[in-house]
Design a protein around this ligand. Structure first.
Ligand code: AP5
Ligand code: MG
Length: 215
């Protein structure tokens, strides 16, 4: 089963994708994570991607769609994929249709995380991840069980994203409203969109998503 998690920055796409990976054996394909790998490279592409991400604008449709296609190529048939942060424009949505059709895959659900934008800046500014395994945390909403130690891998180093500052977040939200929210009707017309309350607590959101996917 392939699904899209759709929602603005801080809606909980990555948090919920991680849970579906852990609990249901699905695979998370996050274009944000892929681009964060790309920007580490000491190359012209790495520098260009870093500059775009730090501004809060979107990276080109061709680059992200090519990344998704290349990742799908490596997955065994029958692996359920969670698209996290992709597609984000109408052009990407059309590319995804072509990519999936070429691989005999079908999109089962688009989960729209319905959130109140005012709360998202607080979520994003408080976010951090384990430097070793990538598990996500929040200063207030999701702390490790033992302070300073990752629940998942026992690591002690944590990091924050360079684009997680209030100014960049505002641009990311504007990009979401202008370019990403307008793709919802494409999937609405196919009858595959389910709205989930993304303002509920993290476990309740997971439960609501699992109800859509598995009941
Ligand atoms: P990307 O990495 O995709 O960032 P984003 O869309 O801005 O979304 P976030 O990762 O910030 O939020 P999230 O929904 O995953 O929230 P999370 O679960 O972490 O993209 C970054 C950049 O890369 C873009 O700006 C663009 O430049 C580029 N890019 C990426 N994909 C692209 C594409 N397809 N095309 C073009 N450019 C692209 O949660 C946030 C925090 O809140 C966490 O700390 C979490 O613990 C907490 N939290 C989560 N859920 C809850 C809850 N229910 N209650 C309380 N706290 C919660
Ligand atoms: Mg994310």
């Amino acid at each position: 089963m392939d699904i899209i998690l759709l929602g603005p920055p801080g809606a909980g796409k990555g948090t919920q994708a991680q849970r579906l990976v852990d609990r249901r054996g699905m695979v998370q394909l996050s274009t944000g994570d892929m681009l964060r790998e790309t920007r580490k490279a000491d190359s012209e592409l790495g520098r260009q991607v870093a500059a775009v991400m730090d501004s809060g604008a979107l990276v080109s449709d061709e680059i992200v769609s090519a990344m998704i296609d290349a990742k799908l190529e490596t997955l065994p048939v029958g692996t359920g994929v969670i698209f996290d942060g992709y597609p984000r424009t109408a052009a990407q949505a059309h590319s995804l249709d072509t990519i999936l059709a070429g691989r005999n895959r079908t999109l089962a659900h688009v989960i729209e995380l319905d959130v109140n934008e005012d709360a998202l800046v607080e979520r994003i500014v408080g976010r951090y991840t384990c430097a070793a395994c990538g598990k996500g945390y929040h200063d207030t909403f999701e702390q490790p069980l033992v302070a300073g130690t990752c629940d998942k891998c026992g690591g002690h180093e944590f990091k924050r994203r360079p684009d997680d500052n209030e100014q960049t977040v505002r641009t990311r939200m504007a990009e979401y409203r202008a370019k990403t929210a307008p793709i919802l009707p494409i999937y609405g017309a196919r009858g595959i969109v389910a709205q989930v309350d993304g303002m509920a607590d993290i476990d309740a959101v997971t439960g609501a998503i699992e109800t859509v996917l598995f009941n």
